[in-house]
Design a protein around this ligand. Structure first.
Ligand code: BT5
Length: 263
């Protein structure tokens, strides 16, 4: 991958700008700098390697060179109604990845609420949506996406809190990073335009992992919550059926979800 190849591959997409780097700290961090300089809607930053890729709550995202996709897209609030749908932006990224993997390699990925994409029940992608504010004005949403493509992108098990995989291992052959990023971005732009429509939530809900299954929600020091996955509400919050049959809704915040084996 390089700047020229990326520009050629993505030439039909309405991107604000495309910047390719061989090695960066974090593409989300660079996206903030770009936003501060007034970069337009749909400006894209892609890195071949990240040295301090980040996940949620200060966790690390592993992106060694040549084997993964790591990119951030700037979404300007004035361009769409996205400001009214901030709680759905992580889902937008996850849904775009799911659709991209389906389109390119006919894969049936699932979305583990709130921000992971799973193949064969293992994490293949993580999404990190961050907001860039100036005072009380939202400047841009930064949608960071990391996808494991070749086996070298999968961290060793001792670094993981959830099992991980990569596309090549699931498909059983080498896969093309350019083909995947093109398809993911195409789907992302398409779904962003529909984020306010019921079809968006229907699609996200349809591909939700663990529907009908028992899961645990872990959130820092707070007591663990257990329940059965019912689905998502219209804002992207998770609905669980609790032990007493009552349904409760949970916003993502810093929550982790874990499947539970039914007893
Ligand atoms: C995420 O956080 O899954 C969000 C990851 C977002 C990464 C993208 S890459 C482009 C952009 N630039 C950035 O700096 N970040 C974004 P979270 O749900 O907190 O999961 C983090 C956890 O996933 C870590 O604590 C590890 O256990 C695990 N992990 C780290 N690297 C992984 C990988 N390559 N594959 C699977 N799991 C990984």
């Amino acid at each position: 991958m390089n700047q020229e190849i990326l520009e050629t591959t993505l030439q039909d997409l309405p991107l604000g700008s495309i910047k390719y780097y061989e090695k960066v700290g974090s593409t989300n961090e660079l996206a903030v700098e770009l936003s501060e300089k007034g970069a337009p809607d749909l400006s894209l930053i892609v890195a071949n390697e990240q040295t301090s890729g980040r996940g949620r709550a200060g966790r690390r995202w592993f992106t060694p060179p040549d084997c993964a996709l790591a990119f951030s897209l700037l979404l300007k609030p004035n361009k769409t109604t996205i400001i009214d749908h901030l709680t759905k932006v992580t889902g937008l990224g996850a849904l775009a990845v799911r659709e991209g993997l389906n389109e390119t390699y006919n894969l049936q990925a699932e979305i583990k609420w709130p921000n992971d994409v799973l193949l064969d029940g293992k994490k293949v992608c993580g999404v990190l949506a961050e907001a860039h504010w100036m005072g009380n004005q939202l400047q841009a949403l930064i949608l960071g996406i990391g996808i494991n493509v070749a086996p070298e992108s999968v961290p060793p098990p001792e670094e993981l809190i959830f099992p991980a995989t990569c596309i090549a291992d699931v498909v059983g052959k080498d896969v093309d990073r350019l083909e995947i990023i093109e398809s993911v971005l195409t789907n992302l732009i398409r779904w962003r335009n529909k984020i306010s429509q019921p079809t968006f939530m229907t699609a996200w809900n349809k591909h939700l992992a663990y529907r009908g299954e028992r899961v645990q929600l872990l959130s820092g020091e707070a007591p663990t919550i257990e329940g059965r996955v019912v689905g998502l509400d219209e804002s992207g919050s998770l609905i669980l059926q609790m032990e007493d049959e009552e349904e409760k809704t949970f916003q993502s915040g810093e929550i982790h979800l874990r499947p539970l084996v039914d007893s």
